[in-house]
Design a protein. Structure first.
Ligand code: TLP
Length: 346
């Protein structure tokens, strides 16, 4: 990748090892459970997350929706963070397609939801109200700036769910970043959850795919949901082959991305006009203030045109932009970005 693309970790391309593995992947018809590479990916994913079974899906959005459709019925509701990806950026698929209602709870700066607020949001057993069926958390939390949620917090939510007879789902799109940040095994962050979706196609570089894990009966229901969503694939082993490399090799290097994000934040913080709003895992959120003399849209355009550097600018008066590191962003790229921003704001 010649361009330095920091808009998201979703932009990461497959590695040469992935392309080679895809070319020689053993395949079969996955709807008949005949694809050995998909079967291997699902077995390995389930083991890594400490669950009985797994299903390979096309995206994080599809994995989350399959989970909600498998856990909840029409007219039931879920407790979900007000800034969560599932609530804000998945088109309300649960309501559009499943008749499931979201009941939002505020997400705190550390990505958590307060347990007393979750408790207060549960509907009483009253025929006027949708039955609250599930609680979902997001780890790492995207809108909170990639902040990882600890195993202790996850255990508290699991306990809350058990006491209230709710199912517990984790949108773990970046669960391996959280595991790397805490230095724990991924299964530690899934303990007590009934289901978890994780993505192979973000910082892990696979071209396509996510995996949903849970117990065997749940995964059977999720497979039915995947089918009706048009998500059952045939010779998907070519994709799963890249997924296996993501799971076993790329997962183990995420700390490099976190270190690079830290370097980037440190470098940018020296530039006058720049404030680092947050730096967690592989995310850096930057705000420009008056001294910068430009807003984030202008800066992002100049970075693109003059330096082939892509960042995601947003916010009106707040004028923020976000950067995310991934496999294709090395230390030399970090230096270039810091120099380019410094030159444009000088
Ligand atoms: N997030 C994308 C955009 O959709 C915002 C990104 O660039 O970060 N859960 C979380 C926490 C996510 O961040 C995303 C993608 C998803 C689910 C959905 O995954 P996909 O894009 O595979 O459907």
């Amino acid at each position: 990748m010649d361009t330095i693309d920091l808009r998201s970790d979703t932009v990461s391309h497959p590695t040469p090892a992935m392309r080679a593995a895809m070319a020689k992947a053993a395949v079969g018809d996955d709807v008949y459970h005949d694809d050995p590479t998909v079967n291997q990916l699902e077995a390995d994913a389930a083991a890594l997350l400490g669950k009985e079974a797994a299903v390979f899906v096309s995206s994080g959005t599809q994995g989350n929706l399959c989970a909600l459709l498998a856990h909840c019925g029409r007219g039931e509701s879920i407790l979900i963070g007000d800034t969560s990806h599932i609530f804000r950026y998945e088109q309300g698929g649960m309501a559009q397609l499943g008749g499931i209602l979201p009941q939002t709870v505020s997400v705190q700066a550390d990505g958590s939801m307060r347990l007393d607020e979750l408790q207060a949001a549960i509907n009483p057993d009253d025929e006027h109200m949708p039955k609250t069926r599930l609680v979902a958390i997001e780890n790492t939390h995207n809108a909170a700036g990639g902040v990882p949620l600890s195993a202790e917090y996850t255990a508290q939510v699991a306990d809350f769910a058990r006491r209230n007879r709710l199912r517990f789902h984790i949108d773990g799109a970046r669960i391996f970043n959280a595991a790397a940040a805490f230095g724990v095994e991924p299964k530690t962050l899934a303990e007590g959850a009934d289901s978890l979706t994780f993505c192979l196609s973000k910082g892990l570089c696979a071209p396509v795919g996510s995996v949903l894990v849970g117990d065997a009966a749940f995964i059977q229901r999720a497979r039915r949901a995947r089918k009706v969503l048009g998500g059952s694939m045939r010779q998907a082993g070519v994709l799963a082959a890249a997924g296996l490399i993501a799971l076993h090799e790329m997962r183990l290097r995420l700390r490099d991305d976190h270190a690079n994000a830290q370097l980037l934040a440190e470098g940018l913080s020296e530039i006058s006009g720049v404030t680092i709003m947050s730096q967690n895992t592989n995310f850096v959120t930057v705000s420009l203030h008056g001294q910068a003399g430009v807003n984030s849209q202008d800066l992002s355009q100049a970075l693109r045109e003059d330096h082939q550097i892509l960042v995601a600018a947003y916010g009106g008066e707040e004028s923020q932009f976000r950067l995310r590191t991934h496999y294709w962003i090395d230390r030399a790229a970090i230096d270039k970005v810091v120099k380019a921003v410094g030159a444009l704001l000088s």
